[in-house]
Design a protein. Sequence first.
Length: 253
Amino acid sequence: MTHTVTDRAAYMLAANPGVMTLDGTNTWILREPGAERSVVVDPGPADEAHLQAVLAAAGTVGLILFTHRHFDHTAALGRFVELTGAPTRSIDPEFTRAAEPLVDGETIDVDGLEMEVLATPGHTTDSVCFRLPAEGSLLTGDTILGRGTTVIAHPDGVLGPYLDSLAHVRELVEEGLVVRILPGHGPVVDDPAGVVDFYLEHRAERLDQVRAAVDSGGITPRAVVETVYRDVDETLWPAAELSVAAQLAYLQA
C-alpha cells in the first residue's frame, strides 16, 4: 500500500519488520507534481513483491538513491536496477551505478524535483539525508527514526560525527528549513525539533551512564552493558555492546 505524505513524497513499507527495522523499511517515492519521472530512495530488501509494488507506484524511475549501506536499504539494488534501468547514487561508490557518488551539499534535480544532499555520518560513515527545499521535508534514513532511537554500532557507527550530524539537523529546523522528517523506519515525524532534542538528550544521558559504569570498574563493552542496559531485553545486548563500544571510543578520543 502506498502511503502519501505530501504532494511530493509517498512511501511503501517493506515486509521486513524486526527489532532493528521496527515496522519495516520505508521505501520513499518522490516526484515533482506533474512530472513523469520519480526518484526512489532505499528500495529496501530483495523482496520481489515489494519491488513490484514500488515499481507500480513509482512509474518511470529517473534515479535511485540510498541513505546508507545497510542491507535492509540496499539489498534490492541489483534487481531494482534491472526493473527500472535507472542509475543509482550513494555516498559509498559500492552502491553507485551509472552515475557519480553523492557529494555533500550538492543539489539533485529530477524533472523539477530538487533535493539537497546532506552528509550525516554517524549511524554509518556513509549516512546521508535528503532535503526537499520546496516543502521542508528531510529524508533521514536511519539517522533519525520515526520511533525510538537509532543504534550507533562500532566500528562503522561513530558517535562524534553523529552528534555533529544531529546538531546540523537541529540548525536546519531552527532556521525553518526542515518542518518534517521522513524516516527510513517508523512513522513520519511532524515535530522535528522535539525529536532531535530528545535524541541529543538521550545520547548525553547514555554517555553519563557509560562514564559512571567505567568509573565503577566496567572496562569492557559487555560489562558496561550489564550495568547501563540491565533493564533492556537481553536479545538487544549484542547491539548494545556495539553501541557502548562506539561510546567508549568517543570518550577515549
